[in-house]
Write a protein of this length. Structure first.
Length: 146
């Protein structure tokens, strides 16, 4: 137990459990010090982020959760979640991924500091975010009360 390495925690949010399982397996083979907290439910992901944001090294958000937007087809849940994370003052890697290049651009505009299209490279992107993470300056807009 004394020789145990510290862990780097990464939150991975995507609608596909298969993607999450695949990434956890790949990361387990190549980096024992990285633990992926995978979540398919947005409310659970919010809870994990709110509870653990200080210990998280990066957040990865897949476009899959956009499919669950209720009543707001023009405002996918994915983009709202990305905006919430940025508005909280999060200044660590916030990475968006989608097979749709247009949605990748929307994720970047919502606040992702990195995006990519090929989910097959997810494990490599997580490694890169943890090992070479850039802390960015985030401006949190304060809301004026009336």
């Amino acid at each position: 137990m004394l020789n145990e390495k510290p862990h780097h925690y990464v939150l991975l949010v995507d609608a596909s459990e298969e993607i999450i399982k695949m990434v956890k397996t790949q990361i387990g083979f190549i980096a024992e010090d990285i633990k992926v907290l995978g979540e398919t439910d947005l409310e659970n992901a919010r809870y994990i982020f709110d509870s653990c944001h200080k210990t998280l090294k990066a957040v990865f958000v897949g476009s899959g959760i956009a499919n669950f937007s209720v009543g707001y087809a023009d405002k996918p849940i994915t983009l709202g979640f990305i905006r919430e994370i940025r508005a909280s003052g999060w200044n660590k890697p916030l990475v968006g991924f989608s097979n749709n290049p247009d949605f990748v651009n929307q994720m970047k505009m919502a606040g992702c500091n990195h995006t990519f299209c090929q989910k097959g490279y997810l494990a490599e992107e997580i490694l890169d975010a943890v090992k070479n993470h850039d802390i960015i300056d985030v401006v949190v807009e304060e809301k004026m009360s009336a």
